[in-house]
Ligand binder design. Structure first.
Ligand code: IPE
Ligand code: IPE
Ligand code: MG
Length: 242
């Protein structure tokens, strides 16, 4: 719910419960090396695994990453196909390893328009994730847009509560991210200073950390830097310092 700002002690240090990342810069990373943009997505996907494991080991509860936006369909068929191929590969691996790695995977966004094969894999991962309550959770946003999530939540609310007035709590329960605490910190890699339609509802009071580092180069040390910056933020949530 907007306004939640819990932090938790882990290893004696304040670690956000939930970090979200706009994983930007894969294409430029590849182009700088004379490689096709799709190669950057491959390295970026590997990096996601590494960073998710690190976040889990730090003691966080949730990591949410932006993998494919509702606007990313504008890209070439090749590029979209490569990203969907990587998602399929990741889902297949997760089905095998989720239990062992203790990382619950959740796909967030409008999955109804994805390839039926991908949708079937998502259902399988959901079933395995349901058997791992309490584990660190990685939310991967695919065909996700903040505006789309809010519009779909409003429609869900209307169908579930015909004739009832819409409230923030009511809408919150209908969001894709329902039940997950809002991210305390949103990181954007790749040097752009915008939200690009990410977590518009849940990020109402998130702290932002922007870095020029391109996603495939974003290391564990960069997570430490972002958390260190977060620790110095004065979160007032509209109030005043006492
Ligand atoms: C982010 O990297 C991944 C997706 C949007 C799918 P980009 O592909 O946007 O990389 P740049 O920003 O073009 O370098
Ligand atoms: C945001 O990056 C989406 C993802 C990281 C999945 P984009 O590269 O699509 O965003 P813009 O086009 O720079 O705003
Ligand atoms: Mg980009």
């Amino acid at each position: 719910m907007a306004g939640t700002g819990k932090t938790e002690m882990a290893g004696g240090q304040m670690i956000p419960r939930h970090i979200a990342i706009i994983m930007d810069g894969n294409g430029r990373w590849a182009q700088k090396r004379g490689m096709p943009r799709t190669a950057g997505h491959g390295v970026g996907a590997e990096n996601f695994r590494k960073i998710a494991t690190y976040c889990k080991d730090l003691g966080m509860d949730y990591l949410t990453v932006y993998a494919f936006s509702t606007e990313n369909w504008k890209r070439s068929r090749d590029e979209v196909g490569a990203i969907m191929g990587l998602l399929k590969k990741y889902l297949l691996e997760s089905i095998e390893k989720m239990e062992r790695d203790r990382i619950r995977l959740k796909i967030i966004g409008d999955t109804s328009v994805l390839d039926p094969e991908l949708q079937a894999l998502i259902q399988k991962t959901d079933a395995i994730a349901a058997s791992l309550p309490g584990c660190f959770q990685a939310n991967v946003c695919v065909n996700y847009g903040g505006r789309d999530e809010i519009a779909r939540a409003a429609e869900r609310f209307r169908l579930a509560h015909p004739g009832q007035p819409i409230t923030q709590d009511g809408l919150n329960e209908c969001m894709d991210m329902a039940g997950i605490p809002d991210p305390e910190l949103i990181i954007r890699t790749g040097g752009e200073y915008r939200v690009s339609n990410f977590l518009l509802w849940e990020g109402a009071y998130s702290e932002f950390y922007f870095t020029d580092v391109l996603w495939p180069d974003f290391s564990e040390k960069e997570i430490d830097r972002a958390i260190e910056s977060f620790r110095h933020r004065d979160r007032r949530f509209g109030g005043v310092k006492s």
